[in-house]
Design a protein around this ligand. Structure first.
Ligand code: SAM
Ligand code: SF4
Ligand code: SF4
Length: 286
């Protein structure tokens, strides 16, 4: 899709990572990153190309591996979301950014997916970071779908890190051999559970009843309104090139598990529930 009124961009600041998670779609290569000065130039050209570009979603790799550059580039956008595995220092990021920390289940399951000790290290890091402006991003797959409730209850505990809320996405399969995807019957069970959890922990979950309803049909109907498919969002890889169709690179929209693609669609962005969510997420932004 040709970009139209691009208001958001996802940017792979680096294709390098300090983890090698089992479910990750990204090919990690250290020879594929722009230098600091090339990035600054590329971001300026991107903004010239898309004058309505207000929001950058920083992906990777692990964007905090290039912290100094990241901080410099955050200042060039009104709103920022930084996705991180939460293993590197979190404090001291500017106020115009919401940090989304990936937690993919209880300690045992998260460590199975992301590597030994990663759960404890990430939680300890979140607890030691002073600001209460972290959201958790949970990617639902075949291996963690049964520990969603326990993970939500963990974050509801008073001794858990204070978070703005939990985002859920479903795993997006790279191809038919990808074993992390979940079957449709299981997906419906997960959405039933989401209804139950939303009733109990309304303030902890970003997912809403309308969204749960819209995520149910198969084939996925919401994906045609995805901001990438409607030309309102672009994705940039670590070489500064357009990545199509979206942050996942080559993927099949029929199997898309991305809930952000739903939330950021022009159709849903102005829904009162979505507006409330964004207000919560960016409450600290000036
Ligand atoms: C690619 S990572 C980059 C940022 C950072 N390294 C992290 O782990 O949050 C961004 C998000 O994509 C998710 N992700 C990775 N592979 C995925 C897949 N195949 N389908 C859906 N989400 C995926 C990760 O779990 C993470 O929440
Ligand atoms: S930390 Fe993020 S980028 Fe790195 S391997 Fe895991 S999901 Fe992929
Ligand atoms: S795979 Fe999902 S996020 Fe990517 S373009 Fe298709 S619908 Fe959008």
């Amino acid at each position: 899709m040709k970009p139209k009124f691009v208001f958001a961009a996802s940017i792979d600041l680096t294709s390098v990572c300090n983890l090698d998670c089992r479910h990750c779609y990204l090919e990690k290569r250290s020879d594929r990153d722009l230098s600091d000065s090339q990035w600054i130039e590329r971001i300026e050209s991107l903004k010239r190309e898309h004058p309505l570009l207000l929001h950058a979603v920083w992906f990777g790799g692990e964007p905090l591996l290039r912290r100094k550059l990241l901080v410099e580039l955050l200042s060039r956008f009104r709103y920022n979301s930084v996705f991180s595995n939460g293993l590197l220092p979190l404090s001291g990021l500017p106020e115009n950014c919401a940090v989304q920390i990936s937690i993919d289940g209880t300690e045992k399951i998260h460590d199975f997916i992301r590597g030994e000790w990663t759960f404890r290290k990430t939680i300890a890091n979140m607890l030691s970071a002073p600001e209460n402006r972290y959201a958790v991003s949970f990617t639902i797959n075949r291996f963690n779908a049964d520990c969603i409730e326990e993970t939500v209850e963990f974050f509801a505990r008073p001794d858990a890190p204070k978070i703005l809320g939990i985002h859920f996405n479903f795993h997006t399969c790279r191809d038919v051999s990808d074993i992390f995807g979940i079957e449709d019957v299981k997906r419906q069970e997960v959405l039933d559970l989401m209804e139950k959890l939303h009733a109990k922990h309304r303030d902890l979950l970003f997912i809403t009843p309308t969204m749960i309803r819209d995520l149910r049909p198969t084939p996925r109907i919401y994906t045609k309104n995805c901001p990438f498919n409607t030309g309102f969002m672009v994705s940039i890889d670590s070489m500064g090139n357009r990545k199509t169709p979206c942050w996942y690179g080559e993927s099949r929209c029929e199997d898309c598990g991305c809930c952000l693609a739903y939330e950021y669609s022009p159709k849903n962005l102005f829904h009162p529930q979505a507006a409330w969510k964004l207000a919560r997420l960016f409450a600290n932004s000036r």
